[in-house]
Write a protein that binds this ligand. Structure first.
Ligand SMILES: Nc1ncnc2c1ncn2[C@@H]1O[C@H](COP(=O)(O)OP(=O)(O)OP(=O)(O)O)[C@@H](O)[C@H]1O
Ligand SMILES: [Mg+2]
Length: 313
């Protein structure tokens, strides 16, 4: 790779794609650090796959810039394609080949050295629990297994960056664990994973997320950052630590932190973690036995609110 380990693995700057008069991806900018799991979310037709196709060198941007693994997607798409793995949203497997035959076929396509093919394939078979399906035709596999095989195929040449377009689409919640366990392992070993999903509960697996709506990026950040942004700060509750105890916070602290007393609990929206730490140390200094709970909104609420404010623009 032509970059050191601080260079972002993926950079999009004002990335734009038009189809005639229609703008499918509109001035989208973000960066993904090496080894990060970046979740890209949005409803049907919002522009996720089009963004991925531009960043994987499969579709030319109409404007802006994409740099992946240090290569420009417009000027050097072959170098980009050679540095990444890509699991497309559409079926990428050969239906009339078995699981093993698909893995061997793609090992050939990626010119994996002959002495590494068998160990590479068994690694994938083991990690993605494909043993019992080895000799089954791809077209006869249950949806979850088929997606697992497609995921394995995208990693057959051990790229440093993986683009996964809805890898768990149609997969049973109980089976999605295998995907995410593997994605976490890959990320822990330094591999960057750019992944799209429709499932809100999967967002929690991502270190940072981008939310795209009608081609525009309307939110970007860590889950905690987005929750804080939506709540307008850190919503906290402070209450007595003992079961039947009542907490009485001195007036000067109540006034300073704008605390409101609701049914034996003090509530406030604090501007930052620093403010929260300040409040905690003042309460500790006053010798009162207390507990603090954060009341951050759930991701579902975050998205609903962000989509609504997107509509208002
Ligand atoms: N080749 C094309 N020609 C014309 N319009 C296209 C083309 N590819 C995509 N579009 C349009 O661009 C928009 C974004 O499509 P895209 O496939 O990127 O969305 P998506 O977020 O991946 O959706 P989904 O969740 O359904 O996969 C859609 O309105 C789609 O119809
Ligand atoms: Mg798509």
């Amino acid at each position: 790779m032509s970059s050191d380990n601080r260079t972002p693995a993926i950079i999009a700057r004002n990335l734009t794609r038009k189809f005639g008069d229609f703008t499918a991806v509109d001035n989208v900018s973000f960066e993904v650090a090496q080894g990060e799991i970046f979740g890209f979310l949005g409803s049907n037709g919002s522009g996720k796959s089009t963004t991925i196709k531009m960043l994987t060198g499969l579709m030319m941007p109409s404007g802006g810039e994409g740099i992946v693994a240090g290569f420009d997607v417009s000027n050097n798409p072959e170098a980009v394609r050679g540095s990444i793995g890509y699991m497309s949203q559409k079926f990428s497997l050969y239906q009339n080949l078995t699981v093993m035959e698909n893995l061997r076929f793609y090992s050939d396509v990626y010119e994996i050295p002959i002495n590494e093919v068998n160990s590479g394939i068994s690694g994938i078979i083991d990690r993605l629990a494909l043993h019992e399906y080895k000799n089954k035709l791809a077209r006869d596999l249950p949806a979850g297994v088929r997606q697992r095989l497609a995921l394995g195929v995208s990693y057959i040449h051990k790229p440093n960056i993986l683009f996964l377009d809805e890898p768990t689409a149609g997969v049973d919640p109980s089976q999605r664990r295998v995907f995410w366990d593997w994605i976490h392992d890959l990320s822990a070993s330094g591999i960057t994973v750019f992944v799209t999903t429709h499932y809100m509960d999967e967002v929690e697996h991502c270190e940072r997320i981008g939310l795209i709506d009608k081609g525009a990026l309307i939110a970007l950040g860590s889950i905690k950052d987005l929750k804080i942004e939506t709540a307008g700060g850190l919503p906290v509750q402070i209450y007595a630590s003992g079961k039947n105890q009542k907490l009485e916070i001195p007036n000067n602290i109540v006034a300073e932190f704008n605390l409101t007393l609701v049914q034996n609990k003090y509530k406030a929206i604090l501007k930052s973690e620093n403010k929260l730490n300040e409040l905690k140390s003042k309460l500790e200094a006053s010798g009162l036995p207390f507990k603090v709970a954060l009341e951050l909104p759930c991701m579902e609420d975050v998205f609903t609110l962000m989509m609504k404010s997107g509509d208002a623009r």
